[in-house]
Design a protein around this ligand. Structure first.
Ligand code: ADP
Length: 487
């Protein structure tokens, strides 16, 4: 369970609005998915508090946006340093409310903080343009300005980095923001706000509104309907993304959406098999398979199929399950019972339709609860649910192919277009396949692709816009054209 924190003040039990810690009427508990124990509780806020938070962000915007990029960068740098100094406490809080192994939580704190560092640096490099004019007596100038008050709705699978990936470019650009963290993981978000407060980020610039599952829909409606909020950034499921998009139509908000994925992982016959198996395990089982860039389907060339499947099953069976706080644990629990049911259904459906279960396929016999064993299903077919819907769990479905054309068509046969992966050592094939995969991100001879320098995002129904990288800042900037006459 949650060990004592070096800095107990990081465990907050109030929401953060206009630089103050606030209560609402009702509260809700935050549960550790490993053992169902209560980690803490937070206010269950709704319309009135969301309106207060929007008003606070609106009031803070003029002064925050008027600062120089360098001034904002200096405050963000302090915030980054405080995060890194409290990394161990933040990791403990994350494992307690989310379940992931402590080693993965530590990795996420560093990853999450890297966005604050990166965008603090980028804050100094928001540059306009002078374009060639078609008139001799006029000049064509482009400046970039912050979009205004922003809103962010974030998921539980990465409780800190999905927030910093939005908040950091927003703040760097000069925007202020209201965040509605996932109901399962509000404590990480509030600890982040506490550190921002200590770093001297002014009141109203960051606001965190906590709400349970029901009230989250209300908070979302208020954020979407507000004409003050000019931009909504959401990371979560495609169905909720569609709802938010619709709700943002009346006020024509700018939208950044990071939605579901269904990553294919292709192993060609010329692949380095050792590397492919290693990459497969990394891309599949991180965070118990609960990431939107996790592999959902493996396509393996028939010449290396049996060997790959055997080694993938061996590697999967060796993953140690347990409470994320225990030493040596590589996979924690799934987030809730609904997640377990979905994973079990995908496995049952696949087995019923002829897949071969090589390992796993059940809850861990001793641990039970939400600890689902790493699972490998061979001989999967395109008509199985697991080959079409996001599983969000530790299940590898593997199918065979024999030609490049066939596998590219199968890989692209999806409504999603977020991450994809493939292994090949042929330089010509690498280019051809990379260009033809209809995905926003392609891991080539690697199973891990995310970092702050790279543009994260999808095509098709996986979303809109890019996060991280030099492109991530554009989401929070408007382009303004100045036509300068009278010269
Ligand atoms: P997941 O299935 O991974 O929990 P969701 O898309 O349901 O993904 O949730 C992601 C985030 O969206 C969470 O913060 C959740 O509270 C929020 N959310 C869910 N439904 C709605 C909704 N109707 N309106 C606004 N936010 C919502």
């Amino acid at each position: 369970h949650l060990p004592p924190l070096d800095d107990p003040a990081l465990l907050r039990s109030q929401a953060y609005i206009d630089g103050a810690w606030v209560d609402g009427g009702a509260r809700f508990d935050v549960i550790n998915p490993a053992d169902n124990r209560v980690v803490g509780s937070v206010p269950n806020l709704a319309r009135a508090e969301t309106e207060q938070a929007i008003a606070a962000a609106g009031a803070a915007f003029p002064a925050w946006s008027a600062r120089t990029g360098k001034e904002r960068a200096n405050l963000m740098r302090k915030w980054f340093d405080l995060m890194m100094a409290s990394a161990e406490d933040l990791a403990r809080l994350m494992t307690a409310e989310q379940g992931k192994p402590l080693i993965e939580s530590r990795g996420e704190i560093a990853y999450g903080a890297s966005f604050i560092e990166w965008f603090a640096e980028e804050a100094k490099r928001v540059c306009g343009d002078v374009l060639a004019s078609t008139w001799t007596n006029r000049r064509t100038v482009v400046i970039k300005q912050p979009v205004g008050v922003c809103a962010a709705i974030t998921p539980w699978n990465f409780p800190i980095s999905m927030i910093t990936r939005k908040i950091a470019p927003a703040l760097a650009a000069g925007c202020t923001i209201v965040i509605k963290p996932a109901e399962q993981t509000p404590l990480s978000a509030l600890a982040l706000a506490e550190l921002a407060h200590r770093a001297g980020i002014p009141r109203g610039v960051i606001n965190v509104v906590t709400a349970d599952a029901d009230n989250s829909a209300t908070v979302g409606k208020v954020l979407c309907a507000s004409p003050v909020v000019r931009h909504l950034s959401f990371t979560g499921s495609t169905p909720v993304g569609r709802i938010l998009m619709e709700q943002c139509a009346p006020t024509v908000k700018r939208l950044s959406l990071e939605l579901g994925g269904h990553a294919p992982f292709i192993v060609f016959e010329d692949a380095d098999l050792d590397a492919a198996v290693k990459g497969a395990l990394a891309s599949k089982y991180r965070n118990a398979g609960q990431t939107c860039v996790c592999t959902n389907r493996f396509y393996v060339h028939t010449a290396v199929y049996d060997e790959f499947v055997r080694r993938l099953a061996d590697g999967s069976a060796r993953i140690r399950l347990g409470n994320g706080f225990d030493d040596g644990v590589m996979q924690g629990p799934l987030i809730d019972d609904a997640a377990v049911q979905k994973v079990a259904q995908h496995v049952e459906d696949a087995v019923a339709k002829g897949a071969r279960l090589l390992t796993g396929g059940r809850l861990h016999p001793q641990l039970g609860g939400r600890f689902y064993e790493p699972t490998v299903l061979a001989d999967a077919k395109q008509d199985m649910t697991i080959m079409r819907e996001e599983t969000f769990g530790p299940v590898s479905a593997v199918t065979r192919f024999s030609s490049d054309e066939e596998v590219i068509a199968a890989a692209n046969d999806s409504e999603f277009g977020l991450a994809s992966y493939f292994y090949s050592r042929g330089i010509g094939r690498v280019w051809r396949v990379a260009e033809r995969l209809q995905y926003g991100m392609v891991g080539i001879n690697t199973g891990s692709i995310s970092n702050e320098v790279a543009p994260f995002g999808g095509v098709k129904q996986s979303g809109l816009g890019r996060e991280g990288s030099k492109y991530g800042m554009d989401e929070y900037l408007d382009i303004k054209y100045l036509c300068m006459g009278g010269i």
